[in-house]
Design a binder for this molecule. Structure first.
Ligand code: IMP
Length: 431
């Protein structure tokens, strides 16, 4: 089996958690390479539901080692709580979870800055998850952030360093946002306590991944968010602050390109977006509401209602191309079960002009109207299907069209939320 990268093909929330869980059974490592606790990966196992924000979904398989890569921003308070939650459910974490020394520490002042900035932006706000992601990556880029490796410093040094950082964040909070300061001493003392329990997880990722470079250990890269939320290639400024596209897998892990293996994009059978920003195929009104209810489209991290719309091939082709996807997995096909018509955007119309190439600037998207092709629905449940031939003909036609237009094989189709509700199609869906 090859190594594999799992990347969100749309605006996040494509159901990556379930796919990573299914594919991590046979790997040695599962690595998260970007983002932080803004992610919410939900996995249903029997009647248990696991929502993971920082810990890779691979943790649910005994024997799999998980690494939070150097490209991540890690809130140690959130990490502690997530680990306790898993341990309470009887899942062993400590001996299998590792954190790169170079990952940034996401501190309480990052969250307060995130909230304060969003509040100040008012109508122009990004609609962030409020988890402090942007301010933490800002500290990284301006070379002022604390890192996981700092957790290994002597307690008094860590405390002093933390107090300095909190005080300088407090200046920004009061001068730019008139926001309340963070209690420096309290935060520093808490961090010192956290360092005692999280310090032992800190590793030199270069050393830990020696076997992966040597080809003796297999790895699955777990992407968070989605292609359209990428800081460089998404709908800027309505994006997250990391590279959720393929480049992030390299910079966020420190592994060379030859270790990437298969690159699988995860796409919902329709589309959703949470937060603000352009979304050409968005369905406003009852159609969108019905899709939201059928798909349970409420954020795993914030509980926010997700905006819902049709599959967008202009966006999808862009995503396949810039990530070099070698295969695509379509999720939540069952959510479309009840519909009599399913629409897919094949192009955008801008006045008289027809656009099939995704625009470079997100600002150009609001004036684009989707050009739709309609497909008849299958109007029966697909959750019990386990082979391609079990699917209704209308569902297969829809998938075949997506495969042809995306220009890469659909290698799997998820037909329900449980682990086994999956059809694997390694040779594609077009017969
Ligand atoms: P941030 O990552 O919290 O700064 O949020 C920036 C944008 O990315 C907002 O539109 C968020 O709603 C969106 N976002 C961040 N993480 C996720 C995710 O895991 N799924 C879907 N959207 C996300």
């Amino acid at each position: 089996m090859e190594n594999r990268v799992i990347i969100g093909g749309q605006w996040g929330d494509e159901g990556k958690g379930k796919i990573v869980d299914a594919l991590s059974r046979d790997v040695d490592w599962v690595l998260r390479y970007q983002g932080g606790a803004n992610a919410g990966h939900t996995i249903h196992l029997g009647d248990q539901k696991h929502v993971l924000h920082l810990v890779p979904s691979g943790i649910l398989h005994e024997g799999v080692r998980c690494l939070l890569g150097g490209g991540m921003v890690i809130d140690p308070w959130a990490l502690r709580d997530e680990m306790l939650g898993l341990e309470e459910k009887g899942i062993s974490v400590r001996n299998r979870l590792h954190v790169a020394a170079t990952a940034q520490l996401l501190m309480p002042y990052h969250k307060r800055l995130d909230e304060a900035r969003e509040e100040k932006l008012k109508r122009r706000s990004i609609g962030t998850t409020g988890r402090g992601i942007g301010p933490c990556y800002l500290d990284k880029i301006q070379r002022t952030g604390l890192r996981m490796g700092d957790m290994l410093l002597p307690a008094d040094t860590l405390e002093r360093k933390t107090i300095e950082k909190v005080l300088s964040a407090n200046e920004v909070l009061s001068q730019s946002y008139d926001a309340d300061p963070i209690p420096a001493k309290v935060v520093a003392e808490e961090l010192v306590v956290l360092a005692q329990s999280l310090g032992p997880l800190v590793v030199n990722a270069y050393e830990a991944l020696t076997g992966v470079r040597a080809g003796t250990e297999r790895i699955l890269f777990e992407g968070a968010q989605g292609t359209m939320l990428d800081i460089d290639h998404g709908t800027f400024p309505y994006v997250t602050s990391s590279n959720s596209t393929i480049g992030g897998a390299l910079t966020g892990s420190g592994l060379p390109p030859r270790c990437l293996g298969e690159i699988n994009g995860i796409f919902k059978a329709y589309a959703t977006r949470v937060g603000n920003g352009p979304f050409p195929t968005e369905l406003l009104g009852t159609e969108g509401d019905e899709l939201r209810e059928a798909g349970g489209e409420y954020g795993a991290t914030t509980g926010r209602a997700r905006r819902c719309g049709w599959f967008d091939l202009v966006q999808g082709r862009y995503s396949v191309d810039i990530n070099g996807m070698t295969g695509v997995i379509v999720t939540k096909l069952d959510v479309l079960d009840a519909l009599d018509t399913i629409r897919v955007a094949t192009a955008y119309a801008n006045g008289e002009e027809e656009i099939t190439v995704f625009p470079a600037l997100g600002e150009d998207l609001p004036s684009c109207r989707p050009v739709y092709r309609d497909f008849p629905g299958w109007e029966r449940p697909v959750a019990g299907c386990r082979r391609l031939t079990d699917l209704p003909a209308a569902a297969r036609k829809y998938l075949e069209f997506l495969e042809q237009e995306l220009g890469t094989l659909i290698v799997g189709v998820s037909v329900g939320r449980d682990r086994e509700e999956m059809i694997w199609t390694p040779t594609g869906v077009t017969t």
